[in-house]
Write a protein that binds this ligand. Structure first.
Ligand code: ADP
Ligand code: MG
Length: 421
């Protein structure tokens, strides 16, 4: 277990897995999106919102690597350390979704133009306003993204000629939990409407194959690619992207949604340099006074907040702000800030950079002190990032505060960021 490993492991401070990129021309200009009012967000009943309850067991979207499996999980490619599982909050779900195993009899049934297997698992409210489309009405041109749980294609809408992105969400039709998992991504996306959040433009299904495609505007790039093409972004670029990221996050948080997987490859960029938060596959609803525990096995390891690593199940917006801080540092340096290979090493890297937590921290967050590091460290953020402009170090220090309460809110981050301009 974590405690055992913490005690016995030799903390490797191995070099970054991503090689430092060679200096290349700076990325495209950064344009700030104009804020829009969220007029189209429909109120959705609380019970409906709680459809996300009970996604447990086999519904894991990204099976968590075990920290003590000795498999070396966490070394290698870009996303290998991704960890996530559904929240174990299946109690008190008064209105569970009417999911069930999909039978052959469902094959050709349609409800309001949608395949019955979809309407059985997603509320009509969520689908309202979306025009049912067939996957056949798109020509796939190219595969632009591939993950464990989705494939993303560049495609052309045969009717309009428009170039779109189709995200084919993998799910197991014989496993209703997995269908509900996919349903949550759609429900969350339907609640969001902001220039810095990737908008769900439509849904396409393939009736006979139980395939579902989320349709988005096609985006030119993502922040991970932008960062890897440059040796580090300039301060005005970082500020501009951070402003957009925090604006988008504020919108999500205002609507009670935690993204839970903020990192460069989930921050899409259009050709004008507008940043849009994408990939809500791990998002969930939260409340300041949570009734149900949330899983802490979320967020890609390098971007995961200390309270998650320490087992918190009543976390809040701070976890997305922490990830935003990690992304901010990465934009400046061109390298991930804390590329840990295991949960234990990740915690150790955090404590080395941010200092070991105070007595109050453990008491206040009600976290088990068994995870205390064997020795104490002083904060070294300033030293580690001494080339960073001092005007940005302040915001970074706030976002990377050990105590989530000090990270404040995205709105506060925005204010700080604007004041320092
Ligand atoms: P996953 O859950 O598999 O990580 P994402 O939604 O993050 O799925 O998409 C995977 C990758 O596909 C992204 O990192 C990005 O490179 C690409 N991608 C996603 N959405 C779009 C889009 N709208 N336009 C262009 N590329 C996209
Ligand atoms: Mg992703």
């Amino acid at each position: 277990m974590l405690r055992h490993i913490y005690r016995s492991s030799s903390f490797s401070s191995s070099s970054h897995r991503k090689p430092k990129p060679k200096p290349k021309p700076l990325p495209m200009g950064c344009v700030q999106a104009k804020p829009e009012m969220n007029g189209s967000t429909r109120p959705v009943g609380l019970e409906r919102l709680k459809l996300d309850n009970g996604y447990v067991g086999n519904a894991q979207r990204r099976p968590p690597p075990s920290v003590d499996d000795g498999s070396g999980n966490g070394t290698g490619g870009e996303d290998h350390s991704e960890v996530a599982e559904r929240d174990n909050n299946n109690n008190n779900n008064k209105h569970p979704p009417s999911s069930r195993r999909i039978s052959a009899a469902d094959d050709d049934e349609l409800v309001d133009g949608w395949p019955k297997w979809l309407t059985d698992n997603i509320s009509k409210d969520v689908l309202a306003g979306l025009v049912p489309k067939s996957a056949d009405s798109y020509d796939k041109l190219d595969k632009v993204g591939e993950g464990t749980y989705s494939n993303v294609y560049k495609a052309r809408d045969r009717d309009t000629g428009k170039i779109v992105a189709l995200k084919k969400v993998r799910f197991d039709t014989s496993e209703p939990e997995s269908v509900k998992f996919m349903a949550r991504e759609i429900m969350v996306l339907r609640k969001l409407d902001h220039p810095n959040v990737l908008k769900l433009e439509g849904l396409a299904t393939s009736r006979m194959q139980y395939s579902i495609y989320l349709v988005f505007d096609f985006m030119h790039s993502d922040l991970a690619k932008v960062i890897s093409k440059a040796a580090g972004l300039t301060e005005p670029q970082v500020k501009c992207y951070m402003h957009q990221l925090l604006s988008g996050l504020q919108h999500c948080h205002d609507r009670g949604i935690l993204h839970r997987d903020i990192k460069g490859s989930n921050l899409l960029m259009d050709k004008n340099g507008v940043l849009k938060i994408g990939d809500f596959g791990l998002a969930n609803y939260y409340s300041p006074k949570p009734k149900h525990p949330l899983t802490n096995r979320v967020v890609t390891l390098w971007y995961r907040a200390p309270e998650l690593l320490l087992g918190s199940t009543d976390y809040g917006v701070g976890i997305d702000l922490w990830s935003a801080g990690c992304v901010m540092a990465e934009m400046f340096t061109g390298r991930p800030l804390m590329p840990g290979r295991t949960e234990v090493e990740q915690l150790h890297r955090i404590f080395k950079l941010c200092g070991t937590p105070s007595e109050e921290y453990w008491k206040k967050l009600k976290l088990s002190t068994t995870f205390r590091p064997p020795r104490s460290y002083k904060p070294s953020l300033q030293e580690a990032l001494k080339d960073l402009p001092s005007s940005s170090l302040g915001l970074l220090g706030t976002l990377l505060a050990l105590d989530p309460a000090y990270r404040g809110s995205a709105a506060l981050g925005l204010k700080n960021e604007v004041r320092r301009k």
